[in-house]
Write a protein that binds this ligand. Structure first.
Ligand SMILES: [Mn+2]
Length: 322
């Protein structure tokens, strides 16, 4: 990693106007790593833009989101730092300014993806926030309590508060260091646990009504059409429905197929450690990406076709394993 960090450091040193961007509808890892790195680069004397066009959801409000901006002059930017985004279609700055001409530097833990420019991508690390924590340590830059809070929130979110298999000893060490810098584990847990209980329950209820199981394979899925999505949006974002579905014992794979924009389906795939499936591979077959146990893709096919194709890929994989 040292070689890569050196090169990333020199790209940053050469740049004066740096825009940082993450995926649309960002989570705590995307926005936490963005805000943490932005603060550090600002302290280094760079002119920085913490760019995000998405509305700030309830669970993001624990982060110092006041520095986020929805506008910048793309002509001025000489370096774009993309964080936690997987593939270019999801990167907010490119959605807003597809014509932007700048160097790109990407930090991500989504190993399967299409990253732009110079890449620091490691699927063995829990979260983009953990990578940024390592990078800030490498820079020897001072990180205050706010920076530490952003990174710890990102790590906790992507590891399910240290419960998922992506939590390594290094992850716990990073979390310890961030706590020593003043980030409060209790405060983050509380902020993510106490939100919108009513919204969460009503979203859960409605989605549970739509659970289906596949015909031949152990696929459990729910289709959330645009009407339902619009109605539940705020609650839906925070419940991680696909993860909940994947806990069903009959599920090798769980999927939520969500029509966030009419005609466009965002598909989240989840599996569990003991089920022997690599959902990142499945997602890659649709042009998406992710990790072995959590991946995603987007499709304009109808849900029935998406489900049929997933089942076909699963049964082919099962035959190969026999
Ligand atoms: Mn992440």
């Amino acid at each position: 990693m040292t070689e890569l960090f050196l090169k990333a450091k020199s790209l940053i040193e050469k740049a004066n106007y740096i825009a940082l961007s993450t995926h649309e509808k960002p989570d705590l890892d995307g926005l936490g790593s963005l805000l943490a790195l932005e603060a550090v680069l600002r302290d280094m004397g760079k002119t920085t833009y913490a760019f995000s066009t998405s509305p700030i959801s309830e669970s993001m409000k624990i982060l110092p989101h006041q520095s986020l901006t929805k506008k910048l002059d793309p002509e001025k930017i000489d370096l774009v730092i993309g964080l936690d985004y997987g593939s270019p279609e999801r990167l907010e700055i490119l959605q807003a300014y597809p014509e932007i001409k700048a160097n790109f530097l990407s930090f991500d833990h989504h190993a399967v993806g299409r990253h732009l420019g110079f890449k620091i991508v490691d699927g063995a690390i829990s979260s983009t926030s953990e990578i940024i924590h390592n990078f800030i340590n490498f820079l020897g830059a001072p990180a205050d309590r706010t920076v530490a809070l952003c990174l710890l929130a990102g790590i906790m979110d992507d590891t399910g508060a240290f419960r998922y298999a992506n939590t390594s000893a290094q992850t716990l060490k990073a979390a310890g260091e961030l706590m020593l810098k003043g980030a409060s584990l209790a405060k983050i847990s509380q902020a993510s646990g106490n939100l919108n209980l009513d919204e969460k329950f009503s979203a859960l209820n409605e989605v549970f009504d739509r659970i289906q199981t596949g015909a031949k394979t152990e696929l459990v899925f729910a289709v959330i059409d645009n009407e339902l999505f619009e109605r539940l949006s705020a609650g839906l974002n925070e419940i991680g429905m696909a993860s909940i579905l994947s806990a069903a014992p009959e599920a090798k794979i769980a999927a939520t197929i969500t029509e966030k924009t009419p005609g466009i389906f965002d598909v989240s795939l989840r599996s569990q450690q003991d089920r022997g499936v690599d959902v990142a591979r499945l997602a890659a077959a649709f042009g998406g990406g992710g990790h072995r146990l959590a991946a995603a893709f987007r499709s304009t096919e109808m849900p029935e076709k998406i489900v049929a194709k997933i089942e076909q890929l699963l049964s082919t994989a099962a035959k190969l394993n026999d």
